[in-house]
Design a binder for this molecule. Structure first.
Ligand SMILES: Nc1ncnc2c1ncn2[C@@H]1O[C@H](COP(=O)(O)OP(=O)(O)OP(=O)(O)O)[C@@H](O)[C@H]1O
Ligand SMILES: [Mg+2]
Length: 502
């Protein structure tokens, strides 16, 4: 008998049909992958089992009994634990408090919070995911990957028998991923049922026993992983054949657009030097915490640098603020779309026009029709799944929100693009469209720098890849030398190897 079973589950949001009669079962000790395009209904399904929302129709069975879930605490009491896609941590509270929210250890006298014990418990929980941060740190100060690991640690402390993981790996690099997979292996051994969502299909093949594909809210297929290959899985997801996952590169390298010399951010980035030429797509690889995001932010003026020169098209530039960076023709797509990239309460069209409003204003008035036309173009080009261009961004699925952030920067008038995890949470079909757009930027003479935790993406998309470790650029690979092994070796080397950039 399955530990978790869904029968004919349907859900619609004010007219948008998110799930239609979906059936799914997860056995004891099974890792069951759930895949499908952005907006297919995966998170909706997870939220129903988590008790966060209610299904309109259908039934959920847990361990043989039909249950009517009336809230997250009910679902938790039944032994269900969730890692949500949009991380649910409270930024102003400490890591320790977040881990044991509403379950904090208390002293017998006066029921006061037992801090020493909480701290010890938190340290143990963090150790399971390999994080060695101080439990008293406020969550707001963590990087997105660290937040993700805290969220995973939290789900594990609940000692659940069913764990739902909604893209737990979206920001993790190989090393953290390896740890997550070992954890999942242990859970399996203990008979826990794991429902696992990911857009990285190689993960599905590595850890899943069975895989279910949904498309447009409908069940398409459930198969043992051994009966599928990557190509047939993609076919089921996108509903058509996809020959290539990376478009061919045609751009020609031109002159130097961006040069960075000896850039330092105290405690984060040490003496980083590199350049990006017109027509180039340059990758930046490394492990979580290697300093890639910090480097990009400092180049963009989002964080102060203690040393280092930045030149744009051969001219030295101060770049002391983001506004100045934008004026100088730079764009930075940040990895944390919720915190830094989007106005969730605004429409898709308003988010896209944000950095390029000048283009849309004539005689002091915003041309509203034009604003919608522009948004409509990106909704088509990036296949953003939405009932209209004025839809509030908060109502979009995770991957579709990411596409709006991308559209916003693609619409800007930048010449130098810094993209931090641009395809995070985006499905394989749309990834191809995004790679095409990035190539088109390069062909038009722009310079592109991409931070990505997915090695195949760096290799398939970039002309060359710089690798960071411990805050330093420790190497560069290009052409035939761009292999996963070479990148990983440098990323874990720790020792800095001087590299001549450019
Ligand atoms: N609160 C909401 N209001 C209106 N529509 C919503 C709401 N939440 C989700 N939707 C819609 O329901 C559909 C399914 O969304 P869901 O988040 O389940 O997709 P998903 O498969 O998780 O996608 P992704 O891979 O991008 O995370 C989408 O079309 C989305 O726009
Ligand atoms: Mg989702």
């Amino acid at each position: 008998m399955a530990l978790l079973e869904l029968q004919d589950v349907s859900k619609s949001y004010s007219g948008v049909l998110a799930l239609q009669g979906v059936c799914l079962s997860v056995e004891r000790g099974e890792v069951h992958a759930l895949v499908g395009e952005n907006g297919a209904g995966k998170s909706t399904l997870i939220k129903i089992v988590a008790g966060a929302i209610q299904a309109d129709e259908g039934a959920v069975w847990v361990d043989g009994s039909k249950v009517r879930l009336h809230g997250p605490s009910h679902s938790q009491a039944l032994g269900i634990s969730v890692i949500h896609q949009e991380l649910n941590l409270l930024p102003q509270m400490s890591v320790a408090e977040n881990l044991f929210l509403a379950r904090e250890p208390r002293r017998k006298v006066c029921r006061l919070l037992d801090w020493p014990r909480l701290r010890r418990m938190a340290r143990e929980a963090l150790a399971t995911v390999g994080l060695s941060i101080d439990p008293a740190t406020r969550v707001a100060r963590l990087s997105i990957a660290e937040k993700q690991l805290v969220e995973i640690a939290k789900a594990l402390t609940l000692d659940a028998r069913i764990i739902l993981m909604d893209e737990p790996s979206a920001t993790l690099t190989e090393r953290e991923l390896g740890r997550l997979f070992r954890i999942i292996g242990d859970l399996k051994q203990r008979g826990v049922a794991v429902l696992y969502i990911s857009h990285r299909l190689e993960e599905v093949f590595e850890i899943a026993d069975r895989v279910t594909v949904i498309r447009d809210g409908q069940w398409i297929d459930t198969q043992p992983v051994d009966c599928l290959d990557r190509r047939s899985l993609i076919h089921r997801m996108v509903g058509r054949e996809m020959e290539e996952e990376f478009p061919p590169r045609k751009a020609r390298r031109g002159g130097e657009l961006l040069r960075v010399d000896g850039l330092c951010v105290p405690g984060r980035v040490h003496d980083a030097s590199f350049c990006v030429r017109s027509g180039e797509v340059v990758g930046l690889g490394g492990l979580v915490g290697a300093g890639r995001t910090e480097l990009a932010r400092a180049v963009f003026g989002a964080d102060p640098r203690s040393a280092g020169r930045i030149s744009i098209e051969g001219r030295e530039a101060r770049v002391a603020s983001c506004a100045e960076a934008i004026r100088l023709g730079m764009a930075l797509l940040t990895e944390d779309r919720k915190e830094q990239g989007l106005h969730l309460g605004r429409g898709i069209h308003q988010n896209i026009s944000l950095v390029n409003l000048k283009e849309l204003v004539s005689f002091g008035l915003l041309r509203l029709v034009e604003e919608r036309r522009v948004a409509g173009r990106y909704v088509r080009e990036l296949s953003i799944r939405t009932p209209s261009v004025t839809q509030q961004v908060r109502n979009l699925s995770g991957g579709n929100q990411q596409k709006v952030v991308l559209a916003k920067w693609l619409y800007s008038k930048a010449r130098i693009f810094l993209f931090d995890e641009p395809t995070r949470g985006i499905d394989v079909g749309t990834k191809y469209e995004i790679y095409l757009l990035l190539n088109r930027l390069a062909e038009a003479g722009m310079g592109v720098m991409i931070i990505s935790s997915e090695l195949p993406e760096l290799i398939g998309l970039c002309d060359r890849v710089l690798i960071m470790a411990d805050g330093r650029i420790v190497g560069e690979v290009s052409g035939e030398g761009m292999t996963q092994e070479a990148i990983m070796e440098l990323a874990t080397s720790g020792r800095s190897r001087a590299v001549e950039a450019g």
